[in-house]
Design a protein around this ligand. Sequence first.
Ligand code: NAG
Ligand code: NAG
Length: 384
Amino acid sequence: MYLPQLLLALLTLVDSALSKCNGHHHHQAGSVQHRKTAITNVLVWDGTKFPRSRSTVVIVDGIISNENSVGAVIINGKGGFLIPGLIDSHVHLTDCAYLATLQKYGVTTALDMGTTPYEDVAKCGEHGVTDIRGSGAAGTVNGTKISFTPGFPTDSFFSTPEAGRAFVASRKAERVDYIKLFLDPLGPDDATIKAVVKAAHQEDLQVIAHASSYVAYAQAARTGVDIITHAPIDKALDDNVINDVISRDIKVVPTLLMMQSTINNTGAPFFLYDNVAHSTKSLLHAGIPVAVGTDSNDNPFVPANPSFGESLHEELRMMVAAGFTPSQALQAATSVPATVFRMDDRGAIKVGLRADLVLLSKDPSKDIGNAKSIVKVWVEGISK
Ligand SMILES: *[C@@H]1O[C@H](CO)[C@@H](O)[C@H](O)[C@H]1NC(C)=O
Ligand SMILES: *[C@@H]1O[C@H](CO)[C@@H](O)[C@H](O)[C@H]1NC(C)=O
């Protein structure tokens, strides 16, 4: 076992504490929707770069359209840069009001990773507000630190393939968007994880595994979960693990800021950010899809509390520092997560997709910090 129990305790505590949602529904006021809007004079992100010449993007009923701009409400983009709405692939939405905060920072889709019950996240969904999806309760074994957290839902404990299948069936009954597991060296055995993955796939649900130690990461990789979130803090990934990730077509959400903050705040001697950064760079270079996730939360009892929205921009900066080009970082927050999480209605600026858009005044492909130069944000064509 490479990871000292201290960290396991802390990291599982983070997520267990976050798994209770105290959300209240805050109604948004002042939404502006026009049936047809034309954003003129903009450089439109084509998925890999900005073109040299400006063009117009037309939105009809919340969808990017190939209609002309006749009769549209005109928004003059003034030579700005139009990018797809940003996607945060790891948040803990403890209050619906955070959706408005995310939106302010250009995040138009957020993926919750463990709020219990799922309904507390699902009820936050509102037309024209940052889109939220979730896993409901995350699964673990009775006996891990997380399982001792007061209020942790006992129906998400499992340690046998049969119980793992029942866990998936319960989540399916709640209509969750995907399945979340906590793996740590005391967690479910390989046979149980494989049974969960198989049952989830039969229900057309993806499986996301929390793995912040080398041992847990290796287990997630060899058992064939769909997506691994976090990065190993105690030991960099080696070719054995990376080959499993490649051969099983696994995608990753490294949460660099959360890992760095946890290292800083716990001060544990064997945790090194180099392990996190090196592993993430190796995965990128191996061609693995890497998506931006922040682990944003507001729980005072966890090692770190990345802020909603703002931290996504810090995550982008850290990805560039870890070896991504600014364009790759932008893809990691737009087209990559759309593909990874099978959201084929977004992640690009193309006719027929949702008009989730961010207008920037400065070029983020030159300097990723420019992704913060936000002029206007649209969610399904609605801007605030
Ligand atoms: C979890 O394990 C403890 C013993 O460690 C036991 O007392 C408790 O009843 C178990 N909970 C469930 C839901 O199985
Ligand atoms: C972690 O600590 C390092 C060294 O003091 C500092 O440079 C960095 O900004 C800190 N990062 C976070 C996210 O706390």
